[in-house]
Design a protein. Structure first.
Length: 502
């Protein structure tokens, strides 16, 4: 059995290596590659994906997993070996249900659709992307139908990225959240003018902004010996191994915040990847357990730490030193209010903590309506405007900053792409509350610029396990409870209640 298990590990690492090579190509494409490299790169990636898919669906792998069934049952559930067999089986069963032709066809379609969107968005040309979206919708339905037995057609698509979550669970969760958020946003925005954030709209030299971001990332716990930071138009984190996890950021020379918080956000994702048990290297356990849990780590560092009063008590003097002409005479209180300004806006990625989830819930509802056949692609831009009007009180003047603002639907992901953001926000508070319950001195340490206790707790309880446990198992183990919105609501009420005297 030991021999068979080793053979399984060898095969899984080979697949892991091919996927990691694909990540190197993808990182290079988004950060360094000259435009002339695009056609060959697309071919190289598709060749690699095809080989990886062949290996991931090799019947010999399926046979091996069958032979290891009794061995798995003899092991404790939380052992690394049992975890690896479990996750490998789930991957194998999912990969083999989707025909290779479909994978190749969908992958080409994704690339074409994305390419069309990059040109159509600045031209405000929804008509150009409409046929691609229609085809995506059709292909996503086909994809869901390779996994029959679902209750809602989006369930299998959601399960890819947030295992165990269903439309029914999410509708209830998001409904309860929305019920709390809408009156809070209204109370803030109708009783007083928005916070003055003019101090953030000044010239901040890009190199200084990036240097400050890197400094903070390193202080939090991101290891630059096992990572690096580059520029990318849409910031992301990518992992080639536990020893090489890279972040990207973007910078607006006329605004402070975008670069800094993007760097903190991506560092949160990256620390998760760097903190995984090194024994999992190269195997399917060496990644986050779900998109929601991954996002909880980026949000925890970006918002619960990075936009907290305690953090800026410590860091603002350092900030004023770097940007003395811009911020030297701006009081901490003004700055703190500026970075926590609540104002309904059109763009998800610029949204504040309070309104952010409303953007997500709109997208989630619209994609379910599309998949259910209740909403035709032709009617999508108007449906989008209507929901923005009713939920946020504003409507986009064009599709560029409306329905075309996010790449998700245009890169082939209608269904399953958005719920992770809100699950992440909810979980960020649930994890943080558990950390503070275990170590009540964490908040005081944060305001002294000491992050080691929180970081160490997260490594031990969350990062280390990689994908060994399902999201539900991990949340229960770490916080003692299933996922729930109360800690997040408590966090928002406490923070914004104080800020806006609610
Ligand atoms: Zn993220």
């Amino acid at each position: 059995m030991q021999e068979k298990f080793q053979e399984l590990e060898t095969r899984l690492r080979e697949i892991g290596d091919l996927n990691a090579i694909g990540s190197v190509l993808g990182w290079d494409q988004s950060t360094q590659m000259p435009p002339g490299g695009a056609p060959a790169r697309a071919r190289q990636m598709s060749t690699l994906r095809r080989i990886a898919h062949q290996k991931a669906t090799d019947p010999v792998l399926g046979q091996l997993l069958e032979e290891l069934r009794s061995y798995e049952e003899s092991l404790p559930y939380d052992s690394d070996e049992a975890g690896l067999i479990r996750v490998a089986r789930r991957n194998y069963e999912r990969s083999t249900k989707v025909p290779a032709d479909f994978v190749a066809h969908f992958s080409r379609h994704r690339a074409e659709s994305f390419h069309t969107w990059t040109k159509a968005r600045p031209a405000n040309d929804f008509a150009a992307v409409k046929p691609y979206l229609e085809k995506t919708l059709d292909l996503r339905r086909q994809q869901a139908n390779f996994f029959p037995g679902y209750e809602h057609i989006a369930d299998p698509l959601i399960d890819f990225s947030d295992q165990g979550m269903t439309v029914a669970t999410l509708r209830e969760l998001f409904g309860a959240l929305r019920e709390q958020l809408v009156p809070m946003v209204q109370a803030i925005t109708t009783t007083q003018p928005p916070a003055d954030d003019v101090c953030l709209h000044q010239h901040f030299p890009p190199e200084q902004q990036r240097a400050l971001g890197r400094e903070v990332a390193a202080r939090l716990g991101y290891d630059f010996q096992r990572g690096r930071e580059d520029l990318a138009p849409h910031p992301f984190t990518t992992s080639f191994s536990i020893g090489d996890v890279r972040i990207t950021t973007r910078v607006d020379p006329e605004h402070f915040g975008g670069c800094f918080f993007a760097t903190m956000h991506e560092s949160g994702h990256a620390m998760y990847q760097q903190g995984i048990n090194p024994a999992y290297e190269g195997t399917p356990l060496a990644r986050g357990t779900s998109s929601g849990v991954h996002e909880s780590q980026s949000r925890l560092w970006e918002n619960l730490v990075g936009r907290s009063r305690g953090f800026w008590n410590f860091f603002y003097p350092r900030m004023q030193e770097t940007f003395s002409t811009q911020l030297g005479s701006v009081p901490l209180e003004t700055f703190y209010r500026a970075i926590n300004k609540v104002q309904p806006g059109l763009i998800r990625v610029y949204a504040d903590e309070m309104t952010y989830n409303l953007h997500i819930i709109i997208r989630f509802d619209l994609e379910l309506a599309m998949l259910e056949g209740r909403l035709a692609i032709a009617d999508l831009p108007e449906a989008w405007r209507e929901r923005y009007r009713s939920d946020l009180g504003i409507a986009p003047p064009d599709d560029c900053d409306g329905v075309m603002q996010d790449m998700h639907w245009y890169s082939g992901n209608i269904g399953g792409a958005f719920q992770g953001y809100t699950l992440g926000n909810i979980l960020s508070a649930q994890f943080y509350e558990a950390a503070v319950a275990a170590h009540p001195e964490i908040p005081a340490q944060l305001s002294q610029g000491e992050f080691g206790l929180l970081f160490g707790w997260l490594v031990k309880n969350v990062y280390w396990h990689g994908r060994k446990f399902t999201p539900a198992e991990l949340v229960k183990r770490v916080t003692g409870k299933p996922l729930h919105i109360d800690p997040y609501i408590r966090y928002l009420r406490a923070k914004y209640g104080e800020l806006y005297a609610l």
